[in-house]
Write a protein that binds this ligand. Structure first.
Ligand SMILES: NC(=O)c1ccc[n+]([C@@H]2O[C@H](COP(=O)([O-])OP(=O)(O)OC[C@H]3O[C@@H](n4cnc5c(N)ncnc54)[C@H](OP(=O)(O)O)[C@@H]3O)[C@@H](O)[C@H]2O)c1
Length: 329
């Protein structure tokens, strides 16, 4: 039997419990994977709490992992037992020691990329690529506001934005996180739990505002992010770590001809050519050293609840990765 975290009811981290599950043989077009490292994302907390109702219960949460192909189903081409692969899926099921996966979602890992690192960066890095090169095409000389700049997505986003020639203003929730944001290349860092980030952004930009605000914090920062925009500036809300954003009057965008986007990475990687192009761009940035990433903090799969607690209480100072092989039967 394999081991999986089964979500039976929405609630706090304590609802995440390890169970034995049967995996079975791969069907047509599927791979059977023995998973080695599972990425933990804030999305997993929304699914667990019930803020997002996208996983039918009971169900196994988790949207990315790395593993080794153990068996291929009929019709699978391009993969063989022993291949190391990574994937991102909106279909869930990643919090498990073994699983079946549609082969069209799997990406072969570059030889030099350790499993732990790949599980740390794949979804977060694809999100950064989507935000900087597709949702808003960042140009040299533009000024960006990035909330939660020391977070998993935030650190990759800031480093990549600097490479694109942007001036980056990051926000962070503590002095230690402010240091991490600076190390990720932020030209200015605002400790937004203590300082008025709108006033600081306006002072830094000589009252012009920013060209784009990347806001994944949601409820607590949305209005302020809108106030920080320059004329024709773009607010990209891509998460809601502080809670859901109340209904919004579109007419508010007219004050400075602003635009608003609410992208979801699953929709940008749905077509295989897009997934391959975006992951190739990410792997190239990592291989060149232009974007640096360290392997995340490993925790046993059975400690998924602790991982969620660390993330939700803002205590995680590195991305978290769950390891199935440390998990007792
Ligand atoms: N739209 C998409 O396709 C997509 C894809 C991936 C991720 N995301 C979003 O991107 C964000 C970052 O994801 P991640 O997995 O890398 O997580 P993360 O940034 O490592 O963690 C979330 C951060 O949000 C900040 N935060 C602000 N207010 C908070 C609150 N009330 N409670 C908890 N955290 C709060 C914290 O940083 P400070 O302590 O520094 O404030 C926390 O570390 C999430 O909102 C996620 O949903 C969206």
């Amino acid at each position: 039997m394999a081991q999986a975290i089964m979500l039976r009811d929405h609630g706090g981290p304590e609802v995440l419990r390890l169970e034995a599950v049967a995996v079975g043989r791969p069907g047509p077009g599927e791979l059977r994977l023995r998973q080695t490292a599972i990425g933990v994302n804030f999305h997993d907390c929304y699914v667990r709490s019930g803020l997002y109702r996208t996983l039918p219960l009971p169900g196994v949460p988790g949207i990315e992992a790395v593993g080794v192909v153990e068996e291929t189903g009929i019709g699978v081409t391009g993969f063989a037992p022993g291949d190391r692969v990574a994937y991102v899926t909106g279909g869930y099921g990643a919090y498990a020691s073994e699983r079946l996966l549609p082969a069209r979602l799997a990406l072969k890992l570059p030889a030099g990329m350790p499993d732990l690192l790949a599980a740390t960066v794949l979804l977060k890095g694809l999100t950064a690529e989507m935000l900087l090169r597709q949702v808003h095409r960042v140009e040299p000389g533009q000024t960006l506001l990035v909330h939660a700049a020391a977070g998993g997505v935030g650190r990759l986003l800031c480093q990549w934005a600097v490479q694109l020639g942007a001036t980056v203003i990051g926000t962070a929730g503590s002095a230690a996180k402010a240091e991490l944001a600076r190390a990720a290349g932020c030209h200015h860092v605002i400790q937004y739990r203590e300082e008025d980030f709108v006033a600081r952004v306006m002072a830094i930009t000589d009252r012009r505002g920013v060209d784009v605000a990347y806001d994944s914090v949601g409820k607590e920062t949305f209005d302020g992010s809108l106030e920080c925009l320059a004329w024709r500036g773009h607010l990209v809300n891509f998460g809601q770590a502080s809670g859901a954003i109340p209904p919004f009057q579109i007419a508010r965008l007219a004050a400075r001809s602003n635009s608003l986007s609410r992208p979801i990475v699953f929709h940008y990687i749905a077509e295989r050519p897009a997934l391959e192009a975006m992951s190739a761009a990410l792997f190239a940035m990592l291989a060149s050293g232009a974007v640096r990433a360290e392997a995340g903090q490993p925790l046993p799969l059975r400690d998924a609840a602790h991982a969620h607690h660390l993330l939700e209480t803002r205590q995680a100072e590195a991305p978290l990765v769950l390891l199935p092989q440390d998990t007792d039967a």
